[in-house]
Design a protein. Structure first.
Length: 282
């Protein structure tokens, strides 16, 4: 290798790295701003994820997150709650979230950290909007008022839609689904020893053996909103976590539908949390 070539290599590496970074950043461009009162966020980056609150394709949503700094789309897509996956990244100045429903219509605009949440105001124009990519502009040219503060925005975005990671589980949910229905059976019977065994240390804390009143209240709380028996249409497993899409009827004879998060620990698959709505509210 010549002396010139040896000198050239570090520069090639530097410019190659800069070029690679610019390609990554250009892949998720965003521009514009959101302002409410004295708070303003100038956005530079966009990610998009698809969420499925239940097993009805018509209820699927695409969530677009706009921020001043890059966000990890895969981390947001992997989270049970995509908002939590974004908040955990602590973007400087917060973020704006645009919600699009399955037909590509506006289903809400959210701004953190102000807690602004609105929909139906502003003009949305999509250039692309499918399962692979979403691009467009969302703007409000004249200020509106929100709890005594005026707000205005002009947001442009172009980002690939990042799918949730993991392996598909069949109807019934395989081992995570069996564990969830075993959990529901223990809840229905009020089987506190079984619930303690399923959850380990947390179960012993939640259902204390030396405080029957506290254990009874915890059991009542755990039953609220949970189906007595779940029909599991499908699932998705990613490492030690599994999401199940379920339907069922709770103890108050209210039909429920939504998602359940299961986590694999020392005791096997255990119930972590759920996002279940009454069918009438969907």
């Amino acid at each position: 290798m010549t002396r010139f070539a040896r000198r050239l290599l570090p520069w090639c590496a530097l410019y190659g790295g800069i070029f690679g970074l610019s390609v990554v950043m250009a892949a998720n461009p965003a521009s514009g701003y959101f302002r409410i009162g004295e708070s303003r966020l100038d956005v530079r980056h966009a990610i998009a994820v698809m969420v499925e609150p239940n097993d009805n394709p018509d209820d699927r949503q695409t969530l677009i997150y706009l921020s001043a700094q890059p966000l990890d789309a895969a981390r947001a897509a992997a989270a049970f709650d995509a908002d939590d996956g974004v908040r955990e990244q602590e973007p400087d100045g917060g973020y704006v979230r645009i919600c699009l429903d399955a037909s590509g219509e506006d289903c809400g605009l959210f701004y953190s950290p102000e807690g602004f949440n609105s929909g139906g105001y502003g003009e949305l124009a999509l250039e692309a909007g499918d399962a692979r990519r979403v691009a467009g502009r969302y703007h409000l040219d004249q200020p509106e008022e929100f709890f005594g503060k005026d707000y205005q925005f002009d947001l442009r975005f172009d980002a690939p839609v990042t799918p949730a990671p993991g392996t598909a589980l069949p109807a019934g949910g395989a081992a995570p689904g069996q564990a969830y229905n075993a959990y529901l059976a223990a809840l229905a019977k009020g089987d506190l020893p079984a619930l303690r065994a399923m959850a380990g240390d947390e179960g012993r804390w939640r259902y204390p053996e030396d405080d029957a009143t506290a254990a009874k209240e915890a059991l009542k709380s755990a039953r609220d909103g949970q189906p007595v028996v779940a029909e599991i249409s499908r699932g998705r497993q990613h490492g030690d976590e599994a999401v199940l899409w379920v339907t069922g009827v709770d103890r108050d004879e209210i039909p429920r539908a939504g998602r359940v998060l299961m986590r694999k620990g020392p005791q096997g698959w255990v119930y972590e949390e759920s996002d279940l709505d009454s069918v009438e509210e969907q």
